[in-house]
Design a protein around this ligand. Sequence first.
Ligand SMILES: Nc1ncnc2c1ncn2[C@@H]1O[C@H](COP(=O)(O)OP(=O)(O)OP(=O)(O)O)[C@@H](O)[C@H]1O
Ligand code: SF4
Ligand SMILES: [Mg+2]
Length: 318
Amino acid sequence: MMLDVKDLRVYFYTRNGVVHAVDGINFGIKKGETLGIVGESGCGKTTTGMAIMNMISRPGKIAGGSISIDGREISSLTETAMRKEIRWKKVSMVFQGAMNCLTPTYTVGKQMVETIVYHTRMEEEEALEIAKKYLAHVGLKEDVVRRYPHELSGGMKQRVVIATALLLEPELVICDEPTTALDVIVQAQIINLLKRLKKELNLSYIFITHDLSIEAEVADRLVVMYAGKIVELGTNEHIYGKEPMHPYTQKLLASTPRLREKVDELDFIPGTPPDLLNPPSGCRFHPRCPYAFDRCREEEPDLIEIEEGHRVACWRVR
Ligand SMILES: Nc1ncnc2c1ncn2[C@@H]1O[C@H](COP(=O)(O)OP(=O)(O)OP(=O)(O)O)[C@@H](O)[C@H]1O
Ligand code: SF4
Ligand SMILES: [Mg+2]
């Protein structure tokens, strides 16, 4: 495994109490693999990605567990070591909404060069050449380095953000909702671009989205998160090929438009995701689960392997 996450817990210590944003999750990634992370808003997807970058900031903290990259434990590395050896160089991230946060007064070239110079102390001229090379990789012309963010379309801005994540030749790229703000045609272009880059640069991805139809396109394996926990983990075959096993995954699939073109009516998941300050007892999905029974309200189900590579946390699936 190039990345191994074990019993990871990330909590936010707010004035109102402790938010259990990520609460004991386990998964690994092999080299060259794309692991999808799906789940509703607030289930802990971004927090998981930020923890792997070791970028959780106050009031948040990695409260337990381990994250190792090529066998090295990163949560115990100093910030200097993280910056020198891991962040952007081994693992980088296309941050959620980053295309709308480019500095408006900086040219594309300047923002990209700053990333390289900050992490490598390279000369600016050399850094600019690298920036141009990666702009070409993402299908943009070299002269985009002289443009300002407002001169670019949404799709072009997202390409700049992706190019920036690649500048220091990482092996693993965490893509957090990389297509969410884009129209469907540009979405498809960005997905094709990410697939091409994966092959050309031999990358592994963590691909975060709330949209299962996009994961069906890109992921090899899928993690389904609910309220800070993993409720199901399996290959695409396990999740899309047959019926998924966890009631939450089933509901999520049934409510995904593009995977359900032939049905008359889309399903939806009743209720709202739980408050992570006070998560429900037992199985966190029980207040919304059509199959909940007594044990679900009292005891928390572990994530157990029901067939090779397929894990489910549900009392009904044993
Ligand atoms: N700085 C913070 N302070 C307090 N709570 C936070 C903070 N950042 C995140 N959280 C909480 O942690 C939980 C997980 O948030 P996270 O951003 O990881 O969710 P997400 O799955 O990425 O959601 P989305 O699909 O909306 O991007 C949420 O309940 C959120 O409110
Ligand atoms: S453990 Fe119970 S409440 Fe939770 S998903 Fe399974 S059946 Fe539903
Ligand atoms: Mg998020």
